[in-house]
Design a protein around this ligand. Structure first.
Ligand SMILES: C[S@@+](CC[C@H](N)C(=O)[O-])C[C@H]1O[C@@H](n2cnc3c(N)ncnc32)[C@H](O)[C@@H]1O
Length: 160
């Protein structure tokens, strides 16, 4: 199982330190970066230029420790890790949306990154609103604090 997932590239981003990094892609529209795919996977980028947005899956390589119950950025109360989007989880896998600005060879130039510089990339998928829910009935504990999202930044509590 351990060897099934291996990085397919690296995400380079303007976010050089955890502290001050936006906590979600939706509030990181001004943050740009480059998603660099290793040469052996470049063929897989064929036709990606027909999409405006992508989903990035990546490895939170700078996580400190995994806690099953934690205080997420948007609340002062404890929640189960699986009821949060906190980075340090049993499998520290991140999911972010990004806007494609241009693709050149093995490089996808993007904006909208809540991802730190030099993060190992696991997968890229096209974002398709018709496939992905954008309206739901409930957003749990986040509802009471979602208004804080535009200003919320990482304070360094999870990453090295
Ligand atoms: C709350 S997480 C959400 C990430 C993603 N949008 C998700 O929902 O899976 C966002 C924070 O993770 C931190 N982060 C980004 N890349 C990281 C990495 N490679 N290792 C550790 N922390 C990282 C950033 O500082 C950012 O503020």
């Amino acid at each position: 199982m351990k060897n099934i997932i291996k990085p397919i590239g690296i995400i380079y981003s303007q976010n050089k330190t955890p502290k001050g990094t936006p906590i979600q892609s939706s509030t990181a529209k001004n943050i740009s970066g480059v998603v660099e795919v290793y040469p052996e996977f470049v063929e897989g980028l064929k036709d990606l230029d027909g999409f405006s947005h992508i989903i990035l899956l990546y490895y939170f390589h700078l996580c400190k420790e995994t806690k099953l119950v934690l205080k997420p950025f948007l609340d002062d109360e404890f929640h189960g890790v699986f009821a949060t989007r906190a980075p340090c989880r049993p499998n520290p896998i991140g999911l972010s949306y990004a806007k494609i600005e241009k693709i050149q060879g093995n490089k996808i130039f993007v904006t909208g990154l809540d991802v730190l510089d030099e993060t190992p990339l696991i997968d890229i998928k096209p974002y398709i609103p018709e496939f992905d829910y954008n309206e739901v009935e409930k957003i749990g504990w986040v509802k009471k604090n979602v208004n804080k999202l535009p200003e919320a930044k990482d304070d360094g509590r999870f990453a090295k």
